[in-house]
Design a protein around this ligand. Structure first.
Ligand code: BV8
Ligand code: ZN
Length: 239
């Protein structure tokens, strides 16, 4: 089984990874599923909305500040690092739903942050946007134009950044191999990217300890964790 995949992997020119919270789970960052998905008594899906923000911006900011501390204290794991290393031998693009920046910290250079980044802030009104230097004494922080600042992430009900989404669809539709790693594929439109690759005849490989809605359409679906399976799998690529 792996032999046939090994050949395809070695022949592949462009390899695309679609990743979700699961690839950062072994770096100590909670996923959105089950007990992980709860903060205080709030469901992540509730808090990650523009309505929740305007209803209680201080609460939403406290949630993001806590997540940012966890993320800045975390380190990329063998899953992130293996993907970054592969760039030495193959054209690699990472289409991630994660806002934690761990792919970039592992050394990946072609990372498309579909849902934004927790280390960038922007104004709710003017076009002010910058990387966060340090924590804010006051929450919610106020922009120099007098309006409140928000994390530069995509909340439910908000469109993805069109330029990044356009490029992501492009890469997904023109790859030879797509790895779908650590995502439940529960959130759209990101969960459509594997369909574009499948339609383009790409080899589809999934890494997830649990089955997902697309497991039975994969060429290979590995029930393991990303930090364990990705180094093994990518060791098959003859360098
Ligand atoms: C939009 C940023 C349109 C913020 C996020 C009803 C039906 C269908 C769709 C909808 C609907 N109602 C609304 C929608 C659309 C909605 C949506 O999909 N809702 C879902 C909940 C049904 N989508 C949107 O709103 C999107 N926008 O559609 O806009 C539009 C167009 C024009 C004008 C106006 C509007 C915006 C979606 C983006 C929301 N922002 N994040 C933040 O992070 O705070 S989504 C967030 O949740 C993540 O980014 C990620 O996308 C998602 C969580 O999914 P995963 O990453 O997959 O994580 P999860 O915990 O679910 O699963 C982890 C997996 O890893 C599991 O399978 C587990 O088994 C596995 N795993 C665990 N450990 C490991 C592992 N795998 C490997 N190794 C391990 N160690
Ligand atoms: Zn402003």
């Amino acid at each position: 089984m792996f032999e046939s995949i090994a050949d395809k992997l070695s022949q592949a020119e462009k390899i695309v990874f679609v990743t979700g919270a699961g690839i950062s789970q072994e770096s100590g960052i909670p996923t959105f599923r089950g007990k992980d998905g709860l903060w205080r008594k709030y469901d992540a899906m509730q808090l990650a909305t523009i309505d929740a923000f305007y209803e209680n911006p201080k609460l939403v900011w406290e949630w993001y500040e806590e997540r940012r501390k966890t993320i800045l204290a975390a380190k990329p794991n063998a899953g992130h690092i293996t993907i970054a290393d592969l760039e030495k031998f193959k054209r690699v693009h990472v289409l991630t739903q994660n806002i934690d920046g761990l792919h970039q910290r592992a050394g990946s250079s072609q990372v498309y942050e579909l849902h934004g980044s927790i280390v960038t802030i922007k104004c709710t009104v003017c076009d002010f946007k910058e990387k966060m230097a340090n924590s804010f004494s006051e929450l919610p922080p106020i922009c120099k134009c007098g309006n409140i600042l928000r994390p530069d992430v995509v909340w439910f009900g908000e469109p993805l950044p069109q330029d990044i989404w356009g490029q992501a669809m492009e890469e997904a539709s023109s790859c030879d191999v797509m790895f779908v790693v650590g995502t439940s594929l529960a959130v759209s439109p990101a969960n459509m990217l594997p369909l574009y690759a499948k339609q383009n005849g790409a080899i589809m490989i999934e890494v997830n300890p649990e089955e997902t809605s697309m497991s039975n359409t994969m060429d290979l679906s590995i029930r393991s964790t990303s930090a364990k399976a990705l180094p093994e799998l990518l060791s098959l690529v003859d360098k």
